[in-house]
Write a protein that binds this ligand. Sequence first.
Ligand SMILES: [Zn+2]
Length: 486
Amino acid sequence: MIRRSALLALPCAAFLLSACSSLPSAEAAASPADAVLLGRLFDARAGAVIDHGVVVIAGERVRCAGARDTCTWDATTPQHDYGDALLLPGLIDLHVHARPHYIGAFVPSGVTTIRDAGNTLDTLARLRTTSGAPRLFATGPLLDGPVSALTPQGPAPFDAATLGGQPAITLASPADADTVIDALAEAGVDWIKLYEQLSPEVFDAALQAAARHDLPVMTDLGTMLTRGLTGAQVDARQAAASGVVTLEHLGGAALAYERMGGDPNAETLDPALLDRIVADLAQSGVAVVPTTGNGAQFSAPDSLPRDDLPGAALMATDFAGYWSHLSRVLGDPEVQALTRSDQRLMRALLPRLLSAGVRVGAGSDLPAAPYMLPGPALHQELDALVRTGLTPAQALQAATHVAADILGQPDLGRLEAGARADVLVVAGDPLADIRATRRIEAVWTDGTRVDLAAAWHTVEDALDAARAEAQAQAEAEVEADSTDEG
Ligand SMILES: [Zn+2]
């Protein structure tokens, strides 16, 4: 079947330059495509479904996508007819803490791109070379003040010799900010992450240093459950005004509310104060990665269903011990009161932020919360976003088009000519029931169809190896103890 190509007539204006420059030339367009995917299609930019959709793939990129009568392909091109299933851009999780033993769980869960929000450089190097890993953007070590919840054994100042193994680094002065961010830029990080307890002048110096290296900045300023009201010095309005790109967990909002004279723990929040925070954030252009599911699970563990997640049967037992430990901690009445306050503020702010045009991106913060599975947890976050007031289409945009925009990667998160051919195919209609994203029929990354069974086998092997390593380590410790006693 040959149809008149609409490809060359596509306007580039709406598409950012890097993607336009990758559009195939007329000659390339004349060569056969590699695959044609038929199904319903989620137009991530519009947040709407095209009933008779197509994605034409050539090499690692989408050559043409949209309504079927707008694309052409050669009759010899292999066709994959997914019927009524929905074709979506591969999902993006904007907040994870990845580890080698579960890095393989993202792609078969439909999550083809992640932003790692805190890791050692050594672990990142391993993750980047693990086959089956998703596309990875990463911050490397967290940067915090000399008093930090991350370093209970004492501050960890910058040390070039041990930089690769440091999970967090102390910034005690503006000069520290320059030294450390120069070194992280040199080491190849994609983002800088500023944590809760930095002083305002060091926070600003870090933003300036990051800007010199063109590195975007994300920040976790703390919630009421963490140090947001007791340790943080910078609040959400200040951070947004300083030019951070994303506010994680809506951190710093409680402190901003308190500094404006409100009580963020009150049962009823003051709409005028909420609106002032929202107006300031909207004006700054900052984006928010609320990690809504994470907060929901902290306030009511196991409130987000997980049994139907991809890989749930395979992975859940590995995290059961950690989850029950977390649940015990969260059972403390004082902790429960704080998580409820955090949830109240989140539910009040998130719909207002959306209405004000603030970009909201999807992030799971796995494996921080109980009963969220590393890899597939983004599906729980989509569920949580909808429970917090987003429409299913907005939630899907938060994990595709908007997430790519926040990452500054215009060829991700959308199925359009020139985009990376990352495609998630799901049965059912996630616009009617967001949990349909879990019913995965196929995943394509960079134009290649993923063997889902093989991918899950790889995860199983990695979990087995990690379990054996932990067991051997525990036995070695028992041995060492008994030798000491002997
Ligand atoms: Zn995190």
